[in-house]
Design a protein around this ligand. Sequence first.
Ligand code: RAM
Length: 380
Amino acid sequence: MLPVTSTRRLAIGAAVAATALGLAACSSSSSGGASSAAPASSAPAASTPASSTAPVASTPASSAPATTGTIKKGLVVYYIPKDTNNPYEVIADQGGAAALKELGGKVVVSSGTADTAAAQIPSIQAAIQAHADAIVIAGNDPKALCPALGQAQAAGIKVVSFDSDVTCPNHLFINQADTKSIGTSEVDLLAKQINSTGEIAILSAAATATNQNAWIKYMKEQLHKYPKMKLVSTVYGNDDPAQSLTALQGLLTAYPNLRGIISPTTVGISTAAQYLQKHKELKGKVTLTGLGLPSQMKPYVLDGTIESFELWNPNDLGYLAGYAAAGLASGTYELKPGATFSGGKLNNYTILAPTADTGPSVVLGPPTVFDKSNVEKFNF
Ligand code: RAM
């Protein structure tokens, strides 16, 4: 299947909530001054506005002098999100488009509509054909994309992963927040709400998603601290609302005593919240938390369906990845630990040494916990 690609300029500003709740069509975007560099592409795209001015913490890793030389003009960066339907990914890509616009280049968003590596490979090939300068990719699989990304690198294309890492060599991972902290804090949030007791389950995204699996690994470790909380099942909704709903219903049927659900995906948590809102008989029985877009989760927090959840600003994530990719493609910094690059409005970032979870990376900043007191303040 051909990837979904569009080079439409974005309109920024309308409420993401509406988008996030209603978005069923494909979406993609480009920004910047250059004209289209679109490869063979198919489906038309609905543009999705977003903005990122809310006060989420972004933690620049360093204020050391960044970079040498200047960013080349006219860079073309392919953003390959997990899929083109996911509102979270759309917002992240818009951050990238804003970054490249500032830098005099442009973004082409291209991906499939299912969260699989197979659906992303045509977009990598499209980037190669288009002689793109860089690829920014959210991996639907840690390994399966590596041969195609290797071909792109052989063609001179720089590779940056964001959101969900790949294990391929010679790329920089833009991590949204510290991997371990995301996993442990999710468990802590739920524990607080269910008195650290009862059967719990995880409603995840794709079974192969690098980011969710890394977080789940740390959730399981953290659960050792809560001996009365028992993880009974992990199910996968593939970041598809219908599949997430089916997975949720399966959970509720199989585990009638379920006390809590952690959904570390914006698609899963919003689907589950919608279900719990409708099914009042579950109120006070099943507690939900996870990672959600505040714009999308607001109604459920305000009416008490859900107490709290977490996230970072996806727009900032995409923006930072854009600066990272543009710098690499321009040779303004080296891909090695300790090197510093400009993150534009987010200041400078210094590349961290590889860890057990990732190769060279930078971390955008700590996640924000949203609840009744602040959920209305964020516009993503
Ligand atoms: C979903 C995606 C994405 C993840 C967020 C929290 O939108 O799975 O990869 O980072 O949730």
